[in-house]
Every structure is written in C-alpha cells, then in structure tokens.
Design a protein around this ligand. Structure first.
Ligand code: NAD
Ligand code: ZN
Ligand code: ZN
Length: 337
C-alpha cells in the first residue's frame, strides 16, 4: 500500500510502498479515504516532545474510511461501515481511568500516528473497540477533522465548565481553534477569538466569534481584562508559550485556563495570583469515545462544520511547511484516492 513515512526527526516524509497491515484479533482494516493534518503530526515528525514516537512512522490520527476487513471476533462492526480512527488508538480497558470512562487518561494507551502507525496511508489497522462510526450524513473530508480537532476542543470546553452567556476566549484560530469557536457558540457561550492576520479574523467572524483580537497588534490579556473584566475560561490551542502566558492572564477570578496546545515549554504560574484569584489551570487531552460521538452529533445536526481544504497525500511536506507558517485556514485534509 502507499503511505507517507517519516524515517528520522525533521526529515521530509517519503511517499513509499509499504506492507499492508495484517488483521489481528480485535482489529479492523480501514481503507482510508481521507486524513486530517493535525499540528501534533508535525510535532511527531519533528520529535518535539519528551515522549518520542515510533520510527519509522506513518503519522495521522484523523483517518477516516470504510472497513474493508475485520477479525472473526469483531461482531459490533460490519464490513463497509464508515469509521474514523482517533488519536486514542487503544486503551487497556481495566485501569482506574478506563473503568471511570476516562480512557483518554489510560497510562497504557497507544496513539494512532505516534506509538502505532496512523492514517497517512491507503490502509490503517485499528482496534475495533476504539473506532467511532461516522454519521451517515457526513462526508469523509468534513468528518476527518472532528476525530481530533473536533473532539479535543469540544472536550476542552466541557472541562472549562463555562456556562451559556459567559465569555470564553479561544486562543489560536487554527485546525483546533476554528472548531472550538463553533462548539463554544453552539453551547451558548460568548467568544473572543485570538490569532493574527486578516484571514484568521475573517474566519473567526464567519464562524460566529463575537470579538477578535490580533495578538500582534493588541495585547490580548490587557484588552480582555480592561474590556470584559476577564473571561470565565480560556481554551489555549496555540502551540506557542507566549500564547499560554497571555491566556493565563486573561481569565477572571474563579476562571479556568484550559491548556490544549502542546509547545514543549513550561508555564511558570504565579502562585500568589492563582491562589488569591481562585484560578484553575487544567490540561485537556483529546476526548473519550463518548465525547467523540457527541462531537460528531453536533456536526451531523449542522451546528458545527469543519472548514477544510483537500490535498493529495503526496503533498504532505508542503502542507507541513504551510502549517509552520501558520498559513492554513481551518484544516487541511489529505485525500487517498
Ligand atoms: P494549527 O497549526 O492548525 O493552529 C495553530 C494556530 O495558532 C494558528 O492559527 C496560529 O496562527 C495560532 N497561533 C500561533 N501563535 C499564537 C499566539 N501567540 N496567539 C494566538 N494564536 C497563535 O494547529 P492545531 O492542529 O490547531 O494544533 C494546535 C496545538 O494543539 C498543537 O500544539 C497540537 O499538538 C495541539 N493538540 C493538542 C491536543 C490535545 O488533546 N490537547 C489535540 C490536538 C492538538
Ligand atoms: Zn490531533
Ligand atoms: Zn486503561
């Protein structure tokens, strides 16, 4: 099968013919139709994080397609079903976190396109228990980004516990952020979007953001504190340390700063302010299968729609270059035709 493979950190990906994965008990073989390009894939290929991915690696954790084969012991899915293979490739199913339904926190988890091969390929092997079906009225290309960008931001907003009518700020109007704006609006929240440039401004407004701050022209924290008295919650999706500093300073007393973007940096938090203002700083990692089902239902009902541009798999290196330049509107989805 054809796949995009990275052999060493920071090297360009190679389009190669590799062996098709073999069905194992409990697995399905998905013929991939499309796979979104998440900034995490770029971190993986660059070896940015303390925990390193397998090498060589087929990245991709927004792979969607049709089940072509399944193991004899898989009974709840059928050949021909449309499914997506999320970041949470598999979890143990019996640890404290799995038992509580927080499988995204399982210490034994495997991750698609990171610890196991992912969706930048014609075929991808998946754990039948961890794929989620795509609603019938959603196409592959529009569904793909929901399998990471969608579920991650939907979950982060749930974790923020922001209530209808309250203000939240969404820092970064990229693959994640452009969906975060829409989920926040669908939840009845007021949204301040933070990014830079007129293209991101136009996108944020089109998606329903109530206010936009260009962080290169206006300091978001100062503006938000003086005009809004701070936000109840901030969802920081930017892969930049300065964005986190500013996000932290944007929340009001009793507010929550939800960390989502993954720059390999520390966020020094002033203990005095955090204590006296009762601020929560919370990490949020993707979502569970149930979160994913709910997040897909929003899209199926027409309340959320991923903004996508397609590119053939062979163009992945140009797509990464574009991502490094912060020059993507919404999500780029690779097609495998
Ligand atoms: P992206 O490249 O599509 O978007 C990032 C956006 O941030 C861009 O629009 C960019 O212009 C903007 N930005 C950069 N610096 C900024 C700043 N200082 N202030 C405001 N905006 C700024 O990336 P993405 O796919 O949305 O992923 C973003 C980050 O989230 C990555 O680090 C990725 O690894 C991480 N991520 C985390 C999870 C999770 O579960 N926590 C899941 C998926 C992705
Ligand atoms: Zn992702
Ligand atoms: Zn577990």
């Amino acid at each position: 099968m054809k796949a995009a493979v990275v052999h060493e950190f920071k090297a360009p990906l190679c389009i190669e013919t590799v062996a098709q994965p073999q069905i194992q008990p409990g697995t399905i073989l998905v013929k991939i139709a499309a796979c979104g390009v998440c900034h995490t894939d770029l971190h993986a290929c660059h070896g940015d994080w303390p925990v390193k991915p397998k090498m060589p690696l087929i990245p991709g954790h927004e792979g969607v397609g049709v089940i072509e084969r399944k193991a004899d012991d898989v009974h709840h899915l059928n050949i021909g079903d449309k499914v997506g293979i999320p970041w949470l490739h598999t979890a143990c199913g019996h640890c404290e976190h799995c038992l509580k339904g927080d499988e995204n926190l399982c210490p034994q988890q495997q991750n698609s396109g990171y610890s196991v091969d992912g969706g930048y390929a014609e075929y991808c092997l998946a754990d039948a228990n961890y794929v989620v079906k795509i609603p019938a009225n959603l196409g592959f290309v529009e569904a793909a980004p929901l399998f990471c960008a969608g579920v991650t931001t939907y979950k982060a907003l749930k974790i923020s516990e922001a209530k209808p009518g309250q203000w939240v700020s969404i820092v970064g109007v990229g693959g994640l952020g452009h969906l975060a704006i829409q989920y926040a609006k669908a939840m009845g929240l007021n949204v301040i979007a933070v990014d830079t440039g007129d293209n991101k401004l136009a996108l944020a407004k089109e998606l329903g953001a109530d206010h936009y701050i260009d962080y290169q022209k206006t300091d978001p924290a100062t503006h938000i504190q003086s005009n809004y008295g701070g936000v109840q919650a901030v969802i920081c999706t930017a892969a930049s340390k300065s964005a986190f500093d500013s996000a932290y300073q944007s929340v009001k007393r009793g507010g929550k700063c939800v960390l989502v973007g993954l720059p390999n940096d520390a966020l020094p938090i002033p203990i005095f302010d955090t204590v006296l203002k009762g601020i929560s700083v919370i990490g949020s990692i993707v979502g569970t299968r149930q979160d994913l089902i709910e997040c897909l239902e929003f899209a199926s009902a027409g309340k959320v729609r991923a903004i996508v541009q397609t590119q053939p798999l062979a163009n992945i290196n140009q797509v990464f270059d574009q991502m490094l330049e912060n020059d993507i509107q919404g999500r780029i989805v690779l097609t495998l035709d």
